[in-house]
Design a protein. Structure first.
Length: 306
C-alpha cells in the first residue's frame, strides 16, 4: 500500500516540477475576495457532485457484496469493467471539451456546433465497441477469462447499453460546467443516485447480479434523459441535432450486429484469441462500410470545407 502512496506522491512532484520546464507561466499568490467568492460558488457544486458520484460508483459494489457475497461481487466487478473502459474515454472527452465550451459559452451557435461535433465523434467510437462487446460477450469471457467466469455474460451485456449512454453523458456534462452551471450537473447526479437506490434492492432480490446491472443501466438512461432535457433549455434546437448524429452510427451498428451475429451462428466455435480478433476486425470493417454508406457524402463535403 505504501508503495502506491509513494508512487502517487512522486508522480505529482514530477508533474509539478516538470511543468516549470515546459511552460513559462509562474503562479503567484494574489488574494482577490471577489474572485474567491466566484470560485467557491462554482467549486462547491463540483465538490458535492464528486461525493455523490463516488457513492454512485461504489454503492452498487457495497450492496452486491453485502447481499450476494464475495463471489458475486467478483463477477459483478468484472462485468462493470465494460463501463470503466468507456468512462475512461468519457474522462478524456471531459478534459478536452470543458475549456473549449467555456471559451464559446456566450455564442450559442458555436457552442451547439462544438457539442454536436464532440457527440458525433464519441458516438462514432463508442457505439461499435459496445455492439461488438454485446454480440461477442460469451466468447470474450470464455477465451480471455475462462469458462468459470461465464456468469458475467448477462450483466456484461446489460452494461453495454450503459456504455453507449456514456458517449452522450460525457459529451453533455461539460456543457453545463462550461457555461457556469455546475448546479445542473449536481442535480442530475443526485437524481441518478436516488434512482439507483430505488431500483437496486427490488431488482437484486429477484434477478441477482443482472438485476443490479439493470438498475444501474436504467439509472444511466434516466441520467441521459435529464441531460438532454436541461440541454434543450440552453440550446433549444439541439434535439434534432442529437437525433441526426445518433441515427447513422446506430443504423451502422445494427448492420454490424446482424453480420457478426450471423457469423456466430454459421461459424460456431469462436474459441481462440486469433478468431476473436479476426471477427472484431471484420465487425469494425462492416461498421465503417455502413457508416460511410450513410455519411459518405457529408464526410466528403466536410473535408472539402476544411
Amino acid at each position: 500500500v505504501w508503495a502506491l502512496v509513494i508512487a502517487y506522491i512522486i508522480e505529482s512532484l514530477v508533474g509539478t516540477v516538470g511543468s516549470y520546464f515546459v511552460h513559462p507561466f509562474r503562479p503567484r499568490f494574489d488574494f482577490d475576495p471577489a474572485c474567491w467568492r466566484r470560485l467557491f460558488r462554482f467549486a462547491k457544486f463540483i465538490f458535492i457532485q464528486g461525493i455523490v458520484i463516488y457513492f454512485i460508483s461504489k454503492g452498487d459494489d457495497i450492496v452486491v457484496g453485502k447481499m450476494l457475497g464475495v463471489q458475486a461481487l467478483g463477477f459483478y466487478t468484472l462485468a462493470y469493467m465494460i463501463v470503466n473502459i468507456f468512462s475512461s474515454l468519457g474522462g478524456i472527452i471531459w478534459e478536452v471539451t470543458f475549456p473549449a465550451y467555456s471559451k464559446v459559452q456566450d455564442d450559442k451557435s458555436e457552442l451547439e456546433a462544438n457539442y454536436l461535433r464532440t457527440l458525433r465523434g464519441a458516438l462514432f467510437l463508442t457505439l461499435p465497441a459496445t455492439g461488438l462487446l454485446f454480440c461477442l460477450a460469451p466468447e470474450i469471457v470464455e477465451v480471455v477469462y475462462g469458462p468459470k467466469w461465464l456468469p458475467v455474460v448477462v450483466p456484461m451485456r446489460i452494461f453495454c447499453f450503459l456504455g453507449g449512454f456514456v458517449a452522450l453523458t460525457s459529451s453533455t456534462d461539460p456543457v453545463f460546467l462550461g457555461i457556469g452551471r455546475p448546479d445542473i450537473s449536481l442535480k442530475i447526479s443526485l437524481c441518478e443516485s436516488i434512482s439507483i437506490g430505488v431500483l437496486i434492492f427490488p431488482l437484486i432480490k429477484y434477478l441477482g447480479i443482472p438485476g443490479v446491472a439493470l438498475a444501474v443501466t436504467l439509472a444511466g438512461l434516466f441520467n441521459a434523459g435529464l441531460q438532454i432535457y436541461f440541454l434543450k433549455g440552453i440550446l433549444p434546437g439541439i434535439g434534432k441535432g442529437i437525433l441526426k448524429n445518433l441515427a447513422p452510427p446506430l443504423a451502422s451498428v445494427s448492420g454490424m450486429v446482424l453480420v457478426v451475429g450471423a457469423m456466430r451462428w454459421f461459424w460456431d466455435g469462436l474459441r481462440s484469441l486469433g478468431m476473436l480478433v479476426g471477427i472484431f476486425l471484420l465487425g469494425f470493417i462492416v461498421y465503417l462500410a455502413c457508416y460511410y454508406g450513410f455519411e459518405g457524402r457529408k464526410m466528403l463535403s466536410r473535408g472539402q470545407k476544411g
